[in-house]
Design a binder for this molecule. Structure first.
Ligand SMILES: *Cc1c(COP(=O)(O)O)cnc(C)c1O
Length: 363
């Protein structure tokens, strides 16, 4: 069994993907080819956001957006304590200071209350993460930010395809960043990412920053980065986008099956009223997690821990001197979470095998 079965997915779409890749090879338009423009238009229609800029990866998307938002030395940007490292890494790379907010222990996401706790005179913005595929309450977070004169950018790296009352992830904040890393809900065959942008002027600035600060060839208005999406990735992503709703529906059914079978034994994911998760991960909580994980591995069941170390405890941020008491819910989640196999090709029999093994090994 695979934790995220990219091989099965490739086999399912092989004819279309091979043809798409061959098309790029035949055109040899490897950078900024027609597939990149077409993908941007399709993502824009899908997410309901006027401007989409494809780029090299999700971390660059966050970093470049922070540059455009003017985050720099002396500024504080609030991020969740419980997320993938890149959210805070982008803040630090821009020269600003990441400040870690605690999470709602049920959804693993930040809340207006945990964020409000961390706002100071130096705070410039907030990056709420839609962890494991479910958005936080972005409307309430946006209200809080507006009251306090801050910007908000959704880190939608795990939530492309998620929705809240019919509106998609990426459309709730002025700028949102996503990732097409292979194991994300919409994954390419290498690195990739995108920015979702409401404002046309901001979109133009971001597009220049992603391309060496240049809009016109060999004329550079600012110092930017080289972060473009390959045409090959765009071609693969366009094929996968055509099948994406079916994959989301499959993940949704898999999540429901897991919950039916496991909710009496362990803490299963909580999805808030009106939210539809993209199910980037199916993450439960178990006592004695490391032992449960090892015993599952011995039975051939692959699992993963997202994430074993909260950001405040990362060696890279030791200089900030933040203790476990600052974000107790994040610290506890890091000790208990365990992600089960979840992908758009997961078979009923595999779900049954995971649940059976889990029931056998739980303390
Ligand atoms: C994957 C991920 C990123 C980074 O995306 P890359 O494309 O790998 O650079 C950022 N934030 C979160 C929450 C992620 O899960």
């Amino acid at each position: 069994m695979e934790f995220c079965d990219l091989k099965a997915q490739y086999q399912a779409y092989k004819a279309e993907i091979d043809a798409a890749i061959q098309g790029v090879l035949d055109s040899s338009a490897f950078i900024n080819g027609p597939d990149v423009k077409a993908l941007e238009a399709e993502l824009s229609a899908y997410a309901g956001v006027p401007h989409v800029l494809a780029c090299a990866n999700g971390t660059d998307a966050l970093h470049v957006a922070l540059l455009a938002l003017g985050a720099g030395p002396g500024d504080e940007v609030i991020v969740p304590d419980f997320t993938f490292f890149a959210t805070a890494e982008a803040v630090a790379l821009a020269g600003a200071t990441p400040v870690f907010a605690d999470i709602d222990p049920e959804t693993y996401n930040v809340t207006p209350a945990t964020l409000a706790d961390k706002i100071t005179a130096r705070t410039r913005g907030i990056i709420p993460v839609s962890l494991f595929g479910q958005m936080p309450d972005l409307e309430a977070i946006d209200r809080l930010a507006r009251q306090r004169g801050l910007w908000v950018m959704e880190d939608a790296a795990q939530s492309f395809g998620a929705s809240y009352r019919g509106r998609r992830s990426g459309s709730f904040t002025g700028i949102a960043a996503t990732s097409f890393f292979p194991s994300k809900p919409l994954g390419g065959y290498g690195d990739g990412g995108a920015l979702f942008v409401r404002d046309a002027d901001m979109a133009e600035r971001l597009r220049a920053l992603l391309n060496h600060g240049s809009r016109q060839r060999y004329r550079h208005e600012s110092v930017g980065v080289n972060s473009r999406l390959d045409s090959l990735q765009a071609a693969v992503l366009r094929v996968k986008l055509r099948h994406f709703d079916a994959e989301l529906a499959h993940r949704q059914r898999a999540a429901a099956r897991y919950a039916d079978r496991l909710r009496d034994r362990v803490r299963v994911p909580v999805v808030r009223e009106g939210q539809a998760s993209a199910w980037a991960q199916y993450t439960i909580r178990v006592p004695d997690r490391d032992r449960v994980q090892a015993r599952l591995a011995a039975k051939g069941i692959p699992t993963a821990v997202h994430y074993p170390i909260p950001l405040h405890a990362q060696p890279a941020f030791a200089h900030l001197g933040i203790g476990d008491d600052a974000c107790p819910a994040a610290a506890q989640a890091a000790r208990e979470v365990l992600s089960l196999p979840m992908h758009g090709m997961l078979a009923e029999s595999q779900i049954a095998a995971v649940c059976l093994a889990l029931e056998e090994v739980l303390p």
